[in-house]
Design a protein. Structure first.
Length: 543
């Protein structure tokens, strides 16, 4: 895939400069911005509207030890257990010890309205894999509430600018062109006008979230197209553990319900997974039953669907008080009612769907990648917190804490921006005339990933997927070179590269661990007690 400053755009304009260029406006990007703005100018670019992020879709909450009877050591242990041998213990301890103060700050400084008990204590929920109630939440729209609090502060900040409708095309890593190693900003596309501009920055922060759209069924919003991972890979950063894609066990099953999550918090309050026949089946799979770790629950559902031939299972909440359900889960209740499902009297039809990428751009505990001045924070990063499977509600937490840590780290660095940058030049790229290439390939990538690289994998399926994805990537590459870029094309290009990286990592791990389950290699092997790391070769033939 091309990484050259590609000959596609309208004119060679003067680059704009900022101190910190943040790509993405979820919890990670906003937390970074608020802290970094204490020592520099921050420019946040977001593809759609500022509130369009995986964060805003998070229902369950944010995990932190906020109850004096709980302990950070227990939170650490639960994270390590679910991570199935691949968590980095120093990172786990570092983030989880910072968690209580960071979450408290959201409430006290940014006015995030977390639920409280009648005596004013934190109301804490329980989710899969947790040994205690430790998930702070705002009913069932926690992410939206956090986004509201942080975005309000960001928009009011004199040193932060937010621009909507701008998407990064590629990072400026001059090493690719024989220059100084390091990231000095990005080429960015105005998604409305089609104009491409160069932005120079002392540090570039990828806060672009996940890649759920690489699968046909996902709980993620449309913006989750793996842009950060793809750009970082093209810029020479290390990418790790992409085989560990988390499937959430319970997304609403209804023909019209696109990407709607039914939070694990429902099972935390006592919801029971059942077959359509009414049989509760999780006791056959794990002692924690419906609240077992997610990889176990998703695989159990997958196995039951294959065994029974049913197209969904159900989540039964009917034994819980009706008023409690409506009060605790107002958004889920309202959405289900929209489709004629009343959880007070009917079980909710659910299926697993792609939810969270545990892999990503390899970083240290502060979000530094191996490319100087390039940081990755939140879901786009692979820090070692999640290992082979993420503990529920540790993700918002990671974004929050990493945002702070990366902001402290960039403040330490002194960087001279290069005086010369190759401008983006339009060349003879034509207006796109075959959008069908984009829609066809978009659909094909997602379907083949779902069928061949999903919850249960085999060597043959992975190999089939690899062959097909390479053909698709070749077609996208041609289209990318010949036609003017659009956001759809860029997203497809990124998505297809993420698909390639997931397949590549999955083929390298010849065992089953955490979220990666290959029936040709059942069981864990000590030989694979390590991260899967890949990176792009800038050799002479690399394009
Ligand atoms: C949920 O509400 O079930 C999602 C929580 C998470 O993914 O951590």
């Amino acid at each position: 895939m091309s990484t050259e400053p590609q000959s596609h755009s309208t004119h060679a304009e003067r680059p704009e400069q900022t101190d910190y260029l943040v790509l993405g406006s979820g919890i990670a990007g906003l937390s970074f911005a608020l802290r970094a703005a204490e020592h520099g100018r921050v420019l946040i670019l977001t593809k759609h509207s500022s509130a369009d992020s995986n964060t805003a879709w998070a229902q369950g909450g944010i995990a932190a030890v906020l109850d004096p009877h709980d302990s950070v050591d227990a939170h650490i242990q639960d994270t390590l257990t679910v991570g199935d041998g691949l968590c980095h213990p120093d990172v786990v301890a570092g983030y989880l010890r910072q968690a209580p103060a960071a979450v408290t700050e959201l409430r006290e400084r940014y006015g995030v309205r977390f639920d409280v008990t009648p005596d004013g204590e934190w109301a804490l929920a329980r989710e899969g894999g947790h040994s205690a109630r430790r998930v702070a939440h705002a009913k069932d729209t926690t992410g939206q509430e956090i986004e509201r609090g942080l975005l309000g502060a960001v928009l009011a900040h004199p040193h932060i600018t937010v621009r909507e409708g701008w998407m990064a095309v590629d990072l400026l890593n001059l090493a690719k062109y024989g220059g100084r190693a390091g990231c000095f900003g990005a080429y960015v596309l105005n998604t409305q006008s089609g104009q491409v501009q160069t932005i120079l920055a002392r540090a570039t922060i990828l806060a672009t979230g996940g890649a759920g759209k690489v699968y046909l069924y996902t709980s993620n919003p449309d913006v989750a197209t793996g842009d950060g991972v793809a750009m970082a890979y093209r810029a020479g950063a290390q990418i790790g553990n992409m085989e560990f894609f988390q499937f959430h066990p319970t997304c609403l099953y209804h023909p019209e319900a696109k990407s709607f999550l039914v939070s694990e918090a429902l099972r935390g309050e006592g919801g029971v997974l059942k077959l359509r026949s009414g049989e509760a089946f999780m006791e056959r799979y794990h002692p924690m039953k419906s609240l077992a770790p997610r990889d176990v629950v998703a695989r159990a559902i997958d196995a039951e669907l294959k065994r029974t031939g049913d197209d969904h299972v159900v989540l039964d909440m009917r034994h819980l008080p009706a008023e409690f359900l409506v009060e605790r889960f107002p958004a889920i209740h309202a959405r289900c009612m929209q489709y004629g499902i009343d959880m007070r009297s009917q079980p909710i039809p659910v299926v697993p769907a792609a939810h969270y990428s545990c892999g990503g751009v390899v970083t240290d505990i502060d979000g530094r990648t191996c490319v100087p001045n390039l940081f990755a924070i939140g879901e786009v990063a692979m820090t070692g917190l999640h290992g082979a499977c993420r503990l529920a509600s540790n993700s918002l937490l990671e974004g929050l804490v990493m945002g702070h840590r990366a902001a402290d780290a960039v403040a330490q660095s002194e960087i001279d921006l290069p005086s010369q940058i190759t401008p983006w030049i339009s060349g003879d790229a034509r207006d796109p005339n075959e959008a069908v290439v984009v829609t066809q390939n978009w659909d094909e990538v997602r379907r083949l990933m779902w069928n061949y690289v999903g919850i249960v994998r085999t060597d043959r399926r992975l190999e089939r997927a690899r062959r097909r994805i390479e053909l698709i990537r070749e077609e996208i590459r041609e289209y990318y070179w010949d036609f003017k870029i659009t956001s759809d094309l860029l997203e497809l290009r990124n998505l297809a590269l993420c698909a390639h990286l997931i397949i590549d990592c999955a083929q390298r791990r010849r065992e089953s661990r955490g979220l990666h389950y290959n029936i040709d290699h059942l069981g864990k092997s000590d030989a694979y007690l390590r991260d899967t790391i890949v990176h792009r070769d800038f050799g002479p033939s690399a394009r």
